[in-house]
Design a protein around this ligand. Structure first.
Ligand code: GLA
Length: 750
């Protein structure tokens, strides 16, 4: 709800209050963003500078408290006494925006520049500020668990204005914070880094042309005592897929200024008289219930208001993807064989990845030519799709529309369509970007992709993007707008297609893409131990329903690490499950295990994909209604480990729960010569007998069943011991390195 009373604006939902006032100088002064409070708290929450601080620039010479530098501001500018970072820069021009008026609109205020935006809001508050040649509008769109802000600058003068910086929001918070950012590179995305915010500025930004795997646009600010379940945590994100910027800095007065928007490095936008520039939407979340509370609010927001309506809360299919199993080496026969196997395992969607079009037999050629390779697929895409659908699976296809290989018919016909900025060519994965700022390039993409989608009745698209932009300035932003235009034109009329965005894995894992793409390929790294960090990093700001998570072959292509199949499944369960390996090489014991994994996942899919997610002391937890699933994950084992206590959250204290561990298969081969302790004969650890036995037999891994109250589960229950070198029995958790367990916790009637 939005209310205004005597110049005090109060935005309130069950989750937060946001308060600001228009002061005597027409400056919007920030008062509060946090737990729900009352409008009458305005004075108690405001800065009262008294006689102010020395050496200040004053708005009013009679009032030593009138320095912008010591106030909490909704917005600031340059050259009027606030020496903190300004959210706006108009090429060498001072700015002094003062209050003109406000408007409260029902629902969302549609954007006009083509940027994607959140949907399904209750109300939007628009504050208008103005100075002699420009109007600035601050938008506050209210969602139950998040506030969305953006700004719009209009040239109201007679001369052009050069904008080189316009942030989506500016926020001044009292207190001291640490900034958590999510950083990495290819196959190592989303690693959390914490940096204390003090007087020197902390910056989180991308300059690669996309939101990047180096620095995800989402970040958190938290107080030093915040934990998973308690303490003050703010979450921020940007609905944008290009170069982003965010900063946080604490002032001498103990106010932390935070802002986020399009990166202004090399950016400049010329506004002609009457023209306006709109920033992307930024998302602001708060919780006093720790990281878990903040994630909860962010997840609800993304699931309900970012992901396309047609896919909101819709179960994601279990898919098989051909990439890691086949790379470029396939034909229709091999694909149909894989499809048979995938279907038998329980997969619901068969995805043909790279290599199906043009001369695309490696990554050096063919990109841009979306005509089906008839040597590999003699019956065309329609033929293949038809046969796969007949097996009872949906069919999906990979595209990489934004790029072109020089060795392609497209480049040969239109070399000027490549984005080169007229410099000698520089390549990334042997490819150039197409210049999506050109309407004819966008038309080509729409016209070459849509017929395949329609004729082959494609129900899923993996939209890849494997090189960075070299475009700078306005063009970098226009490229992103061009991309959104293409996505809107292709998928707007085809809401039934599940779009999974990918950029060498998680190189464009952002809310802008998620407005079109309900799920994103989280990382090319499918090693489950690496995924513990990657998926956990992503989990702070993005719900499980958005994370593509696949089981692949071990040793892993990215780490050479060997991990148990059970752990590969157990980690991937906490996202949108898929399989990505050559199914022909699965052993009979593995086929059985994968079937069980998929059946289990389907049974609890709603809980895994949409349950409330928390990070526990031993792994992850998801809860939906009366069902909780907890994953306990191990990295390297230690000899003679002690008891482990599993602590859950969010249960009903007085309710009783049944806790059952998910049965696993213990491969006999992993025990080598140790088998002599349990087998009646002395088996050669390198011999044929053990090899055959390992293909067909497993040792039982006893199920654990307990009952406990919610109070006990939240206090922490003791799990059965791990292997301690004292022998094998079914009453322990017999796993070596990288073992894991899943516990199913169901509320039971008394
Ligand atoms: C990228 C993607 C992979 C795969 C390949 C195909 O690397 O991240 O998942 O689709 O391209 O070339």
């Amino acid at each position: 709800m939005i209310t205004e009373h005597s110049g005090i604006f109060h935005i309130s939902t069950d989750a937060y209050s946001y308060l600001f006032k228009i002061n005597a100088y027409g400056i919007p002064e920030h008062l509060h963003f946090g737990a729900p409070v009352q409008r009458e708290d305005a004075l108690a929450l405001s800065c009262r500078p008294g006689l102010g601080w020395g050496c200040s620039i004053l708005l009013d010479g009679e009032n030593t408290a009138s320095s912008l530098d010591t106030m909490m501001l909704e917005w600031s500018g340059s050259g009027r006494g606030d020496y903190r970072e300004s959210p706006v820069e108009l090429c060498g021009m001072p700015t002094d925006f003062r209050y003109e008026g406000f408007e409260i609109l029902e629902g969302v205020a549609p954007m006009t520049c083509g940027l994607p935006q959140a949907h399904g809001a209750e109300e939007t508050l628009v504050i208008t500020l103005a100075q002699k040649n420009a109007k600035l509008q601050l938008y506050y769109t209210v969602y139950p668990t998040a506030l969305v802000r953006r700004s719009v600058l209009t040239n109201t003068g007679e001369e052009p204005i050069s904008v080189n910086k316009l942030m989506s929001f500016n926020l001044d918070l009292p207190g001291s914070f640490t900034m958590a950012t999510f950083n990495g590179s290819w196959i190592a995305e989303m690693h959390r880094t914490d940096t204390v915010v003090a007087e020197s500025k902390v910056v989180n930004e991308s300059l690669t042309g996309s939101s990047s795997n180096r620095h995800n646009p989402g970040f958190m600010l938290f107080e030093a005592d915040a934990t998973e379940t308690a303490g003050r945590v703010y979450g921020f994100n940007l609905v944008y897929s290009g170069n982003h910027y965010a900063s946080a800095q604490r002032s001498h007065q103990g106010l932390t200024r935070v802002m986020q928007g399009i990166n202004c490095s090399n950016f400049r936008k010329e506004l002609q008289p009457g023209e306006a520039f709109e920033t992307p939407e930024a998302v602001l979340c708060h919780s006093d219930e720790g990281f878990g509370g903040m994630s909860r609010n962010m997840h609800i927001f993304v699931n309900d208001h970012i992901v396309p309506v047609a896919w909101a809360h819709r179960p994601r299919p279990v898919l098989y993807n051909s990439w890691e199993g086949c790379v470029f080496d396939f034909n229709e026969h091999r694909l149909l064989d894989l499809a048979n196997r995938a279907q038998d395992l329980g997969c619901e969607l068969f995805v043909l990845d790279d290599g199906w079009f043009g001369a695309r037999n490696n990554d050096k050629a063919g990109l841009g030519d979306y005509n089906v390779n008839k040597k590999k697929l003699p019956h065309g895409m329609e033929g293949l799709a038809h046969k796969i659908r007949k097996k009872g699976m949906d069919f999906g296809l990979w595209f990489e529309p934004e790029s072109v290989n020089v060795d392609s018919d497209l480049y040969r016909a239109h070399p000027d369509w490549a984005l080169t900025d007229e410099f000698p060519l520089v390549f990334g994965r042997n490819q150039l970007l197409l210049d999506l700022t050109k309407p004819e390039v966008r038309d080509y993409l729409v016209d070459s992709i849509c017929p395949i989608l329609d004729s082959a009745k494609i129900s899923y698209v993996k939209w890849d993007m494997n090189r960075h932009s070299i475009a700078l300035g306005e063009k970098a932003h226009d490229f992103v707008l061009g991309l959104y235009d293409v996505l809107r034109r292709i998928f707007g009329p085809r809401p039934g297609i599940l779009l999974e965005s990918c950029s060498s894995g998680g190189n464009r894992f952002d809310l802008g893409m998620m407005c079109f793409s309900p799920q994103v390929w989280t990382s090319d790294d499918t090693d489950p131990i690496e995924r513990l960090d990657i998926q956990e990093g992503a989990s702070y700001l993005y719900p499980q329903s958005t994370m593509g998570a696949h089981v692949s072959a071990a040793p892993h292509a990215q780490t050479l690490r060997n991990t148990p199949l059970a752990t590969r499944g157990n980690v991937a369960f906490f996202g949108c499950l898929g399989y990505e390996l050559d199914l022909k090489h699965l052993l009979p014991v593995e086929i059985k295990e994968v079937k069980q994994q998929i059946a289990f996942y389907k049974q609890y899919r709603e809980v895994f994909q949409y349950g409330t997610f928390t990070r526990t002391n031993l792994g992850w937890q998801v809860t939906n209604g009366s069902t909780t699933l907890a994953g306990v994950f191990h990295r390297l084992v230690h000899a003679a480990p002690g008891y482990e206590q599993l602590r859950l959250t969010g249960l009903k204290k007085d309710a009783r729960y049944r806790i059952t561990s998910l049965a696993q298969a213990l491969r006999v081969g992993q025990f080598g010569s140790l088998l002599k302790h349990v087998a009646p004969v002395n088996i050669d650890p390198n011999g044929q007998i053990l090899r055959i036995a390992d293909r067909h037999f497993t040792l039982p891994y006893g199920e654990d069943t307990l009952t406990a109250s919610g109070a006990a589960l939240m206090h922490g229950i003791l799990l059965r011991p791990l292997f301690r070198g004292t022998g094998y029995d079914q009453n322990q958790r017999t796993h070596g390195d990288f073992g894991s367990d899943i516990y199913i916790i169901e509320e039971i009637a008394e």
